[in-house]
Design a protein around this ligand. Structure first.
Ligand SMILES: [Fe+2]
Length: 373
């Protein structure tokens, strides 16, 4: 068993105006920031060194070709990302290009993550600081960043140990302005990461315990938060859930629920957190029959909150989604029966499927999509 996560995490209230205590004021800095946050707080860049290069953008699912075209000063040796998971993923993609001296395109770097290996020795000369403003992807403590190609209908990752942030600054107050839909799908992404790390072949006793704690926070806090978006108490609980899930799945990675989600996002534009959580109820049953360690506890957590002794996970999970006031069926996103063959054809990501306790067959994948249609 091996566990490795080198990121220094600071989980506390802090003011962005005091970010100078966490960054170097002498390094040429690249700041990637959410456009929404920048519009709300236009003073933020003034907290950074004067010659900071700023890149701001909005929206989810960063497009690989767009990010590849961003031009930034190669003299930067500090990169700071402030925003939701997509902004942090962009930050890591640019950091990957920066530390590899901008010698390779992102297209090459996502094709072969080992291309970053020769730059491990130079990693200490650079700083990467990530500040999440949503509780979702845990990108601040993972070593990968997700990029998309909507033309070729593919999802990619920049992925290497050099992409672990030096510091993650987590302040739950930064998520207070996230609207309901974003709060819902990022929160469900957290739950998916926790569950996918439990039914994962790479799980260990540390990841299982982190994931179970994450699930306890999610199930208690998320439905309440979605009814009271300005609750710092529930925002804090979801920040903790996100951090715990991040610690778990940064070791195991995700598995089949994420693989099944990618075509839902690529072909039907379903936000990632909804897409990867909608099948959890169906996938659970396949895995608990293989090995119930950890999953029995998950079942108990859900039964205690949403069922009784005889309830199935599936039933409890449906009630949980109902409590979160989010769709539990693909048809609510416009997916039709005729779309399922294409979804199945595009769902097989061997590395994700091989991660899971239960090896799903093509027929089982089809059955899962049908079950949530
Ligand atoms: Fe995810």
């Amino acid at each position: 068993m091996e566990n490795y996560n080198p990121t220094r995490v600071i989980f506390s209230e802090f003011n962005l105006s005091e970010i100078s205590s966490f960054i170097s004021l002498h390094k040429k800095t690249l700041l990637v920031i959410s456009e929404t946050l920048l519009n709300l707080r236009p003073e933020i860049p003034s907290f950074f060194p004067e010659d900071t290069f700023l890149y701001s953008t909005s929206g989810s699912n960063p497009v690989l070709q767009t990010i590849d075209k961003i031009i930034f000063p190669e003299s930067c040796s500090q990169v700071v990302g402030i925003g939701g998971g997509s902004k942090l993923d962009i930050t890591k993609a640019l950091f990957a290009k920066l530390i590899s001296n901008n010698l390779m395109s992102l297209e090459k770097l996502v094709e072969n993550p080992h291309l970053l290996d020769p730059f491990k020795s130079a990693r200490a000369q650079y700083k990467l600081i990530l500040v999440p403003t949503t509780s979702g992807s845990s990108s601040e403590i993972t070593k990968w960043g997700t990029l998309w190609d909507f033309e070729k209908k593919k999802k990619f990752s920049v992925d290497n140990e050099v992409l672990y942030a030096d510091t993650a600054l987590v302040d739950p107050r930064l998520s207070l302005s996230a609207p309901k839909e974003i709060t819902a799908f990022t929160g469900l992404d957290v739950l998916s990461h926790a569950l996918e790390s439990i039914w994962n072949k790479k799980r260990n006793f540390i990841t299982i315990n982190f994931a179970l704690d994450s699930i306890r926070f999610c199930i208690e806090a998320l439905p309440k938060l979605l009814k009271k978006l300005d609750s710092l108490e529930y925002r804090t609980a979801m920040s903790k859930a996100c951090l715990l899930a991040g610690y778990a799945f940064s070791q195991t990675r995700t598995s089949a629920a994420h693989a099944l989600s990618y075509p839902l996002t690529l072909f039907h534009d379903i936000p990632h957190g909804f897409a990867c959580s909608i099948t959890l109820g169906s996938i659970f049953d396949y895995n608990i029959t293989k090995n119930d360690a950890g999953l029995n506890e998950v079942l108990d957590i859900f039964k205690n909150r949403y069922g009784n002794r005889d309830s199935s996970f599936h039933d409890c999970y449906e009630l949980f989604l109902e409590d979160c006031e989010v769709p539990s069926k693909l048809s609510e996103y416009g997916v039709r029966q005729a779309d399922i063959p294409r979804l199945v054809d595009n769902a097989f990501h061997p590395d994700r499927f091989n991660n899971m306790l239960c090896n799903l067959s093509l027929k089982q994948v089809k059955d899962i999509y049908h079950a949530v249609l």
